[in-house]
Design a protein around this ligand. Structure first.
Ligand SMILES: [Fe+2]
Length: 305
């Protein structure tokens, strides 16, 4: 039975920031999940083991100390056995991500509750606009760095246990995130955005502690570092049904690469955006869908972060 007691019946603390800042900028909010028994380490270990057994593509983990902020995700060495990553998490620099926790009905109830409240707070009917939903739980070792990256998802990151810093950059800051990097991210390379230490002071930094969290719109660059404690966070995230953003960036990637022109960025011209979106919907997305289908047939694992 889902662990939604009276204490968690209202999970997110209302604030004026939601309607005016949602999907426009990052902001902090507060929640009441810190005491929820679903996020104790023994319960999460159970969830991780069950995920590995039944949906192994939804479990990612590695272990490594002194991870550089700008390291690429494909540079990590092969992961240790799951038991080792979990049971030695105090000391082994582990980074564990359990995607699709909502396979378990108790976590599904939490995800649904949060999204319903975010919907009320932001004024957006998420049921109509979400494509892929993900209740993503991060369990990470003391002092572990989460490397600099951008995401395709719209994200509410809720801190549950432990403390850490998150450093968030504005996706419209073209010094931090040039158009070419976003275009490559949407087209060919998840690690295309490059951390620029000399621009660290462009970030807004938030200290995450149990009971608070941050909203990150799609593509807002960020990196994190735990304090000297194990951290547990819940990312309540989703991808938008509308694939226009990705299609425009992909069109621009090919225009830049093959026609050697500097294409108009998205959201400046409805006509230009519309043409690119229609063209890429007809060409890129079917090819990608076919490619994914072939991978699925072969049973290839997807190791997303
Ligand atoms: Fe992220």
């Amino acid at each position: 039975m889902p662990v939604l007691t009276e204490a968690t019946a209202q999970t997110i603390v209302p604030s004026e920031d939601f309607p005016k800042k949602f999907n426009r900028e990052a902001f902090m909010f507060h929640h009441k999940l810190a005491e929820n028994p679903l996020f104790t380490l023994p319960r999460l270990m159970e969830l991780a083991k069950e995920t590995q057994r039944t949906h192994k593509q939804d479990l990612y983990y590695d272990a490594g100390k002194d991870v550089a902020i700008g390291a690429r995700w494909d540079e990590f060495s092969p992961p240790p056995p799951l038991e080792d990553a979990l049971e030695r998490i105090e000391h082994n620099g582990a980074w564990i991500a359990i995607h699709q926790a909502q396979h378990d009905p108790e976590y599904a109830a939490i995800y649904d509750q949060c999204m319903s409240e975010f919907s009320d707070l932001s004024g957006v009917d998420f049921k109509k606009v979400m494509r892929v939903q993900d209740a993503l739980i991060f369990i990470t070792s003391p002092n572990r760095v989460t490397t600099y990256h951008i995401d395709r998802e719209c994200n509410f990151l809720l801190q549950i246990h432990g403390t850490k810093m998150i450093h968030i950059f504005d996706s419209k800051d073209s010094e931090v995130l040039p158009q070419e990097e976003i275009e490559r991210f949407w087209t060919v390379d998840n690690n295309a955005p490059r951390y620029k230490p000399e621009l660290q002071d462009h970030a807004t930094s938030y200290h995450l502690e149990p009971g608070n969290g941050v909203h990150l719109p799609v593509n807002w660059p960020h990196w994190l570092k735990n304090d000297n404690n194990i951290s547990v966070s819940l990312s309540v995230n989703f991808t938008w049904k509308d694939s226009e953003r990705g299609n425009i960036y992909r069109a621009n990637h090919y225009l830049r690469r093959f026609l050697k022109i500097n294409p108009r960025p998205p959201f400046e011209s409805p006509l230009s955006d519309g043409l690119k979106n229609v063209f890429m919907s007809m060409t890129y997305n079917p090819a990608r869908a076919a490619n994914r289908f072939m991978h699925k047939l072969k049973g290839d694992p997807i190791r997303a972060r």
